[in-house]
Design a protein. Sequence first.
Length: 256
Amino acid sequence: MALSATGCVNKGTVASSAADPERQSIDEFNLGLDAVNHSNFREALTHALRAMKFDEKNAHATYLASVVYLGFCNGLRGFGDPDCRLPDAEKYARLTVKLAPAYADAKNLLGEILINEQKYPEAIAVLRPLTTDPSYGSIHLAWANLGWAQLKGGDLDGGIVSLRNAVTQPGFCVGFYRLGIAYEMKGDLAAADVNLSNAVGGECANFQDAFEERAKVRLKLGQAGPARADFERCKAISPDSLTGLRCTQALVGATP
């Protein structure tokens, strides 16, 4: 999810722009951007909402609010976090697209939110045009979300095609992870293992969900030792996350 400031500002400039609501809105957005980049989501949301009060047409602020609401869903408690409010994330993503129809990242974000809300046909309708938008510099993200929506919506073959387009981007770990799941669903465990291995390579060595999924695939392949090693790695990355707890349980239930 891309965030970009509309103008650099330091914290000391907020008071100096009190007579200019639009400037204040920009300042608050920049403070929110700094907060979200440091994973201070509640502080980021406060600044995003303030920015919208100063300028209700600030599309960067509405986008930031949507990112933050979705970000709460990606924490340790996942969708069980009481701050995870997908309807609010959708509301602000839609408002961003309304305010800035050419804001491709906002459309991709809206598609991702709709997937999480299990609104797969709506997500596909939003995401498919992005995959052919020559102005969108992150087209692999659109392909990955489109493929995920297709997969979740029951179009396995269509999802695989889209996800294969996504992983033409080198080192795109999420794309490989989702493609691995798609092949696992199709019953091609060898291809699933290859793609999930790509999902934990290079800079994605801490991709916890991918280690968990590869462990499951390797169990199906009869590779108990490598599967256990993947569960161990999964647990070590973040033992208190929902994924980490599942991997811990898998190890407890595994045969020594």
